[in-house]
Design a protein around this ligand. Structure first.
Ligand code: CA
Length: 242
């Protein structure tokens, strides 16, 4: 059955472009041009993904997003935002959006984001974590994390991580393909009362990256400028499917 997606966007040309390309890719796309109608559908119907423009007439995208989450609708939301609007992006992600696309965007980016978010939301019930002999293991590409033992293997080799590096990696690896803000990482790994700056996060990530170089380019931490990081798994070309 086709995945149904909702596009809440008031610019008809852009809405058509998004809708057309997602349909070509096998999604069933619905378009609405205002926030109130978008919210109504998001709450009353089942969608695999919601694409949400932030600048909408009447109820704006932030309000829509907030109300969607207040209704406990967990559908992944990808916000559509203007270029150079980092504050908007950060606010959107903090309000519960799962990812964002900056206008103007290409078809390839649109489809890649859609399938990453979808993969992630499916993994919610079926996380990358599996149980092996009663022990939890997170396996992504050639990366394996054993949370109980604080051990990480990359491409079959054991790597040593400092405790905070481990916690940063674990948090990202449990949410592959999803943008995690620096604030989130700070709060989760260092705690709300930590007084050091966000630079601490960057230092740990850059050290982690060096250690992940053993990975045969399948697992990488990508920077999202002004926002944060996401862990991506590049499937080897031999493995089919999207
Ligand atoms: Ca708009």
């Amino acid at each position: 059955m086709a995945d149904k997606v909702l596009i809440i966007e008031d610019e008809p040309t852009l809405a058509r472009l998004v809708s057309y390309n997602l349909s070509q890719e096998g999604y069933e796309a619905e378009v609405v041009g205002n926030g109130a109608e978008g919210l109504h559908r998001a709450v009353n119907d089942n969608y695999a993904i919601i694409f949400l423009d932030l600048m909408l007439p009447g109820m704006n995208g932030f309000e829509v997003l907030q109300k969607i989450r207040q209704h406990a609708v967990k559908t992944p939301v990808i916000i559509l935002t203007a270029r150079n609007a980092e504050e908007e992006v950060v606010q959107g992600l903090q309000m519960g959006a799962d990812d964002y696309i900056t206008k103007p965007f290409g078809v390839a980016e649109l489809l890649a984001r859609a399938s990453a978010v979808l993969r992630r939301s499916r993994n919610e019930e079926n996380k990358p974590a599996v149980s092996v002999g009663g022990e939890k293991v997170i396996a992504l590409g050639d990366l394996q994390i054993y949370p109980d033992r604080y051990e990480v293997f990359v491409n079959g080799q054991w790597i040593t991580l400092r405790p905070k590096e481990f916690e940063v990696l674990l948090y990202l690896a449990e949410r592959p393909g999803i943008v995690i803000t620096r604030d989130d990482l700070m709060n989760v790994v260092w705690g709300f009362d930590y007084i050091g700056g966000q630079r601490t996060v960057d230092v740990h990530v850059s050290s982690l990256r060096k250690k992940l170089e053993l990975s045969q380019q399948t697992v990488q931490i990508e920077s999202i400028r002004g926002v944060g990081y996401k862990l991506i798994v590049n499937r080897k070309p031999s493995s089919p499917g999207r």
